[in-house]
Each structure stands twice: as C-alpha cells, then as structure tokens.
Design a protein. Structure first.
Length: 191
C-alpha cells in the first residue's frame, strides 16, 4: 500500500492528532517520507469534504469548514440521541473494568471502538487520560457519568466486584497481553 494511503488510514481510524514522529514509527519510515506523503495527501484532499490539518508537528484528518453546518448537525444528533447498543456495551465495560486502553476495549468487544469512544467523549460520559506508566492513552468513565447514575463511586455499581473480575474479561485481556487478537467469538459475557 502506498505510504500516503497508510497514513490516511491511520489518521481516519485514530480520529485524533498524530505526531509526524509517531506516524513515521507506525509506518516504519523516515520523518521526511511522512512529510512528503502528507503534502501529497493534503493536495489530494483539495476537492473532498476532508482536509489535513497541521499544528506544529501534529497532523489530523478533519472536515472542511464549508461542511461545518451539516457536520454540526450530525455531531448534535450523536451527542443528544439515544445511546446505541454498542455504545452502551463499551460504556459498561469501561465502568466495570476501566480505565483501559483502546486496544484492551477492542479486545474485549471484538470490534474496533474509536468512533464509539469519540461519541462517548462528546457526550461527557468517557474521558481520555494519559497513563504515564503505560505511555499511552487510557479511557475511563467520567464523574459526571457516575453522578448521573446517582452513585457516589463506580464501586457502587450493581455486582461491581463480580463483574470487574469476570473470567471472560480477564481471559480477553490476558490474550491481548499474549499477543492474541479477539477472533474467537465463542465466549460471551453474560450479565
């Protein structure tokens, strides 16, 4: 795959800014190669609804300002509409087992979760935090979410201890640590 397309896929899936150095590391190429590919990609976006936004050494895929009205409408609907079943699932996992990295959440769910996390963050239900120990972002439920449930602490959730240490969750995270991915959908968490 062409470097420009690989970078586009990373920026799309990540839905956040990436440093040029991080993109170079992910693509196993030089910073100069990434800079050249970003210039090509930026030019290729000229007649599209998206554009490459640069801020210092960071790059992010964003919508063009001309699309702001329709994008604002879509974001409003996402922020105030009912939560989807997958969003509720992700929120439940984060409430009982968080904070956790996106790969950990995806391992448990067995599916990509970047857009769901973005939606939950837009609603103020989930927040992204930097875990210095891991050197990466982790996601956790917010105090507003706990307060909205009428709880004083996440430990007040029903069956908290049992669900937090549930065998399926523990096994899925152990598989991720061992380098396995979520491909076997035979185990299900019954609640």
């Amino acid at each position: 795959m062409k470097l420009q397309h690989t970078i586009e896929a990373i920026l799309f899936a990540g839905a956040r800014p990436f440093s040029i150095k991080k993109l170079a590391d992910l693509c196993e190429c030089s910073v100069t190669d990434v800079e050249d590919a970003l210039k090509e990609f930026s030019a290729a976006c000229a007649n599209r609804g998206i554009m490459l936004q640069r801020s210092g050494t960071d790059a992010q895929l964003v919508t063009k300002p001309e699309a702001s009205d329709i994008v604002a409408q879509v974001v409003r609907e996402e922020a105030f509409g009912e939560l989807t079943r997958p969003a509720l699932e992700a929120l439940t996992i984060l409430a009982y087992r968080g904070p956790m990295t996106r790969p950990e959440l995806e391992q448990i769910r067995g599916i990509q979760s970047a857009l769901i996390l973005r939606n939950l963050m837009l609603r103020g239900l989930v927040e992204e935090q930097e875990d210095r120990r891991l050197g990466q972002s982790v996601y956790a439920i917010t105090f507003d979410f706990i307060r909205h449930l009428g709880l004083s602490s996440v430990e007040d959730l029903p069956e908290y201890e049992e669900m937090r240490g549930h065998e399926v969750l523990t096994d899925a995270l152990a598989d991720l640590e061992a380098g396995k991915t979520a491909q076997d959908g035979t185990k299900e968490l019954k609640v």
